[in-house]
Design a protein around this ligand. Structure first.
Ligand code: SF4
Ligand code: SF4
Length: 463
């Protein structure tokens, strides 16, 4: 099989050996979960429950009305103990529903304490029913970005799609749960992919993986043959190279197409879905199961028992017994939600696992560079290694001087936040962190302008 790739990018130490090939272990039932009510892009949700309410596993507990809004569901059965603001994995405070595990009086019959949706046949229901099911099940992209899937599967009519790409590249160091999904539930990945093809009316799909996962190909191809779904589904291999799992890089490697500057995958005729998300889509139809469990990798030098785990959304690592998850706090220097390249550094382990938490990496001082930033030495390494062909050094200078428009002109909005420039910078300049903040500032400024324009239009209208 041919192995394709994209230009530039990095060869990173993969650091996956501690969890590679390990099965996903179900965590012991947590005593409580802390569920952020907003885990998506878009307008905020409102809580549908109150303190003291008894909830079932799978019951919808928060929802909203915006186009980009998706509901959240109780991931364990129990009683709502608190609804309060907590720090989340993106380091912002957000409203969370705290559920304490408990059984109803008399104890529930087997399965009686769950509330899933009725199963739905994705191949015979209408497109609208299918999209409504995906939204109702609270499914967002599980690869990290958290984009609502029902929106991603509804491109405008002027953006025809002819390829669906299943993203199983998992190029971030340490993370191994996409590999586990391809190993343990290839039937669900392929079924979810076939469902997405049916919903979007696309008859070509590629399951993209890095070539270090080549041994999985026969198993996946067997599932494709056994499923006998309509359309052309095949596996595409890419070089193990960072950031191969980025949507734009994967599209280029597998189709030869380029996503234009400022564009989205749909501008190249593609929709990209993470393999874990596809498995969740399959379960939302076959079992009626909302997105309430998350598979993630817990690893890093300060983690004594690195493993892939399956945890109810809202679980705190601090709740897990030491015989299951042992952490060496003496050498722990950095906690990352997500991988070391694109993840977020957080101050505490007591932060809830969310729908888009692909891993928690507990790093020692040796695994991370804790030294201070130095001045830019104009070496150009950040430019040479940017897979999006941007000039990180120029964007950074613009941001440092407060020239937001200059940074945008230099390509800030095309940055996929892969972190390669930060990794390569000899001066240890936290480039990607600055770009994240810069993009947030730009979006905030845009919405402020929009608000002002609306207010001005309202005043003129009255006049
Ligand atoms: S500028 Fe953005 S896309 Fe380019 S290497 Fe840095 S983080 Fe990655
Ligand atoms: S890699 Fe770092 S030091 Fe080199 S040009 Fe880019 S920002 Fe400057």
């Amino acid at each position: 099989m041919a192995v394709s790739t994209f230009k530039r990018g990095l060869r990173l130490p993969t650091r996956k050996t501690a969890t590679e090939g390990k099965p996903v272990e179900q965590i012991p039932p947590p005593k409580q979960v802390v569920i952020p009510i907003n885990q998506h892009f878009g307008a905020p949700n409102q809580s549908l429950v109150q303190v003291g309410d008894r909830v079932k596993r799978g019951q919808k507990i928060a929802d909203g009305s915006g186009l980009m809004t998706v509901p959240v569901h109780a991931s364990i059965a129990g009683v709502v103990k608190k609804i309060e603001s907590r720090i989340q994995s993106n380091n912002t405070e957000g409203l969370c529903i705290v559920i304490e595990a408990s059984a109803p009086e008399g104890g529930p019959a087997e399965g009686a304490d769950t509330e899933f949706l009725p199963p739905l046949d994705a191949f015979t229901c209408t497109r609208e029913e299918a999209l409504a099911r995906i939204r109702e099940a609270g499914i967002i992209g599980m690869g990290g970005a958290g984009f609502p899937v029902h929106v991603k599967l509804s491109p405008p009519p002027n953006k025809p799609i002819d390829v669906i790409i299943a993203d199983g590249a998992e190029c971030e160091p340490y993370l191994t749960t996409d590999e586990a999904a391809l190993t343990e539930k290839p039937h669900l990945v392929v079924l979810g992919l076939a469902m997405v093809m049916k919903i979007t009316g696309v008859n070509r799909a590629i399951i993209g993986m890095e070539d270090n996962k080549a041994p999985l190909i026969p198993m996946i191809e067997r599932e494709i043959r056994m499923g006998d779904y309509p359309g052309d589904i095949r596996v595409g291999l890419c070089k193990t190279r960072y950031p191969q799992g980025g949507e734009k890089m994967l599209i280029t490697a597998l189709t030869g197409r380029e996503v234009p500057s400022g564009g989205l995958p749909m501008d190249a005729g593609c929709i990209v879905q993470n393999v874990g998300t596809l498995a969740a889509i399959a379960e939302a139809f076959t079992l009626g199961k909302p997105l309430i469990d998350r598979d993630l990798t817990v690893s890093g030098g300060a983690c004594k028992l690195p493993k892939n785990i399956r945890a109810p959304v809202g679980t705190l690592l601090t709740e897990l017994p030491a015989e299951f998850m042992d952490i060496d706090y003496d050498i722990l220097r950095k906690i990352l939600f997500g991988g070391p390249m694109m993840g977020t550094s957080v101050a505490s382990i007591g932060i809830p696992i969310q729908k888009n938490t692909s891993g928690i990496i507990l790093m020692t001082g040796e695994e991370t560079w804790m030294d201070r930033e130095g001045p830019c030495i104009r070496c150009g390494r950040c430019i040479r290694n940017c897979a999006c062909r941007l000039s990180p050094v120029i964007m950074n200078i613009n941001l440092e001087t407060g020239d937001l428009d200059g940074a945008v002109k230099a390509g800030l909005l095309d940055c996929i936040e892969c972190g390669s420039c930060t990794y390569m910078c000899p001066a240890r300049i936290k480039l990607v962190q600055r770009f994240r903040v810069g993009k947030q500032r730009f979006r905030a400024r845009q919405s402020l302008r929009l608000e002002r324009q609306k207010a001005a239009a309202a005043v003129l209208g009255k006049g």
